[in-house]
Design a protein around this ligand. Structure first.
Ligand code: 5CA
Ligand code: ZN
Length: 409
C-alpha cells in the first residue's frame, strides 16, 4: 500500500539528543540508543470511519519520535499497518449497506490526506492486513506446529501459556486481563479454549464474509494481533526500538503480539520500549468510533481550520496524559500560531541557539512537547516586547519548529 508524501525536514545547527522515553513494560524511562537505523512500528487505523483527534494525537506522538531520531542524523525505519479487514469494518459496511473493501479504501485515502495536512512524516512501509495475509499464514502454521496454537471448531487460537513472558508488556493480573479482553475484541467466554485469554490467530471462513486462502489452515481471515506481528517481523525483525500505539492497545493487542513474536523467534523482548499515548476525550468520554463522540480532522479542515493549529492543539498536551478536546483548546492553539507566525516574520529577533537546545531537551525527555511550546512562546514574547538584533534568528526558529514539531510557520 502506498503511504503519503513526506514534508521536508530542515537540518538544524548543533547536535540532536538521544530519546529517553516511558516504557509501559518496565514502567520506567528508558534511553534508546539505536544504531544508524532506528526501528519503530506504530499500529495504524482500522479504516471504517474518518481520522478523529484521538488518532491524530497518537500519531503526533510517534511523529515526534521520528523527528527526534532524524535530528540525531539517524535513518528511521518506520512501519505502520492498516487493519483493512476486521469485524468492526464488516459491521460498519453491513450497517451502511456498502462494500467493506470500498469503505476501507475511502477511509484510508482520507487518513492519508489528514496525515499529509498535519505534516506527519509517512512510514517507510505502509502495509494493509489483506496484503499481509500470505505472510501471516506460515506464521500461524509454525505456531501450530510448535504446539503454541490449537484448533477450535476450525478456528486457530494462540495459547498464551506457551510464552513464559506473557504479561510482561501490560503487567496486569489475570482478572484485569479477562475484563479487557472481553472489551477489546477478545472472546474469553467461548467454550473449549485452553485459557480464556487465548486470542484468535486464524478465523475459518464464515458464511457471507470475505475469506482468503489459508493453506493448511483452510480458507479464512487473520486475527488482529498476528497481523501486526507478521508485518513488524517482516519489515523490522525482532528487538526493534519502539512498539507504539494508544494506551488502549497495551492489552490485549501489544501483549498478545509480543507473545506471538517471542514464541515464533525464541527471542525476548520483541521491542525495546512499548510506548503508549493517552486517550483524548470529548464530552467527558474517550473519543471512539464505536461511541460516535468524535471530532474529525477532515471536518475541521473543511471548516477552514489551519492544520498547523490542529497540530499545535495536539502538541499542547503531553502525549501520555489523557485529555479533553474542547473549542477552547483549538482557540488557544490558533492564538499561539498567530503569535509565532508574527514573531518569525520579523527580520530579526533574540538569539535562537538556546531555544533550539531547549526544544531538543524537552522532546528528548519523554517527548515533552508542552515544555517545547513554552520555550517557543518565551522566545516569541521576547521578540514582541524587545525585538532583537540577530537577523538569522527568525529563520532558525521557524526551521526548528518545522523540523522538531512538524509545524510550518
Ligand atoms: N487497527 C488497530 C491497531 S492495529 C486500531 O486500534 N485501530 S484504531 O483505528 O482503532 O486506532 C488507531 C490508533 O488510534 C490506535 O493506536 C489507538 O490506540 C489510537 N486511538 C484510538 N482512539 C483514541 C483516542 N480517543 N485517543 C487517543 N488515541 C486513540
Ligand atoms: Zn496493531
Amino acid at each position: 500500500m502506498h503511504a503519503w508524501p513526506a514534508s521536508e525536514v530542515p537540518a538544524l545547527p548543533g547536535q540532536g539528543r538521544d530519546l529517553e522515553i516511558h516504557d509501559t513494560a518496565t514502567g520506567a524511562l528508558v534511553t534508546l540508543a539505536p544504531g544508524p537505523v532506528a526501528r519503530i512500528y506504530v499500529c495504524g487505523i482500522t479504516p471504517y470511519d474518518a481520522t478523529h483527534l484521538g488518532h491524530a494525537a497518537t500519531y503526533n506522538a510517534f511523529d515526534l519520535v521520528q523527528r527526534v531520531w532524524l535530528d540525531t542524523k539517524r535513518q528511521v525505519h518506520y512501519v505502520q499497518n492498516v487493519t483493512d479487514i476486521d469485524d468492526p469494518l464488516l459491521e460498519r459496511a453491513e450497517r451502511d449497506g456498502v462494500d467493506w473493501a470500498g469503505l476501507a479504501e475511502r477511509e484510508t485515502a482520507l487518513f492519508r490526506e489528514d496525515m499529509t495536512a498535519l505534516r506527519m512524516l509517512p512510514p517507510r512501509h505502509y502495509i494493509g492486513a489483506v496484503e499481509a495475509i500470505p505472510g501471516i499464514v506460515p506464521l500461524v502454521e509454525r505456531l501450530r506446529d510448535a504446539g503454541a496454537a490449537y484448533d477450535l471448531d476450525g478456528d486457530v487460537y494462540f495459547s498464551v501459556d506457551s510464552d513464559p513472558h506473557f504479561g510482561a508488556v501490560s503487567g496486569l493480573d489475570a482478572a484485569a486481563m479477562r475484563l479487557l479482553s472481553a472489551e477489546r475484541g477478545g472472546d474469553p467466554d467461548r467454550p473449549g479454549k485452553k485459557n480464556p485469554l487465548d486470542p484468535l490467530l486464524w478465523m475459518s471462513a464464515r458464511e457471507g464474509e470475505p475469506s482468503w486462502d489459508g493453506g493448511s489452515l483452510g480458507p479464512g481471515r487473520p486475527g488482529w494481533h498476528i497481523e501486526c506481528v507478521a508485518i513488524a517481523l517482516d519489515h523490522l525483525g525482532m528487538g526493534f526500538d519502539v512498539q507504539g500505539g494508544g494506551s488502549d492497545l497495551a492489552f490485549p493487542h501489544h501483549e498478545m503480539g509480543a507473545s506471538h513474536a517471542q514464541v515464533l523467534t525464541g527471542q525476548f523482548p520483541m521491542a525495546k520500549a512499548y510506548v503508549h499515548a493517552g486517550m483524548v476525550a470529548l464530552h467527558g468520554e474517550k473519543m471512539s468510533k464505536s461511541k460516535g463522540n468524535l471530532v474529525f480532522v477532515s471536518q475541521l479542515r473543511r471548516d477552514g481550520v489551519d492544520p498547523a493549529a490542529i497540530r499545535l492543539a495536539l502538541l499542547a498536551h503531553h502525549y501520555r496524559s489523557d485529555w479533553e478536546w474542547t473549542d477552547q483548546v483549538l482557540r488557544d492553539a490558533e492564538r499561539r500560531l498567530e503569535h509565532w507566525r508574527a514573531a518569525v516574520s520579523r527580520p530579526d529577533g533574540p538569539p535562537a541557539e538556546g531555544l533550539v537546545e531547549e526544544i531538543r531537551a524537552a522532546l528528548s525527555h519523554d517527548l515533552d512537547a508542552p515544555a517545547a511550546l513554552d520555550a517557543v512562546d518565551r522566545w516569541a514574547d521576547r521578540q514582541r516586547e524587545d525585538g532583537g538584533t540577530d537577523d538569522g534568528a527568525p529563520g532558525v526558529v521557524s526551521r526548528a519548529v518545522d523540523a522538531l514539531l512538524g509545524v510550518a510557520l
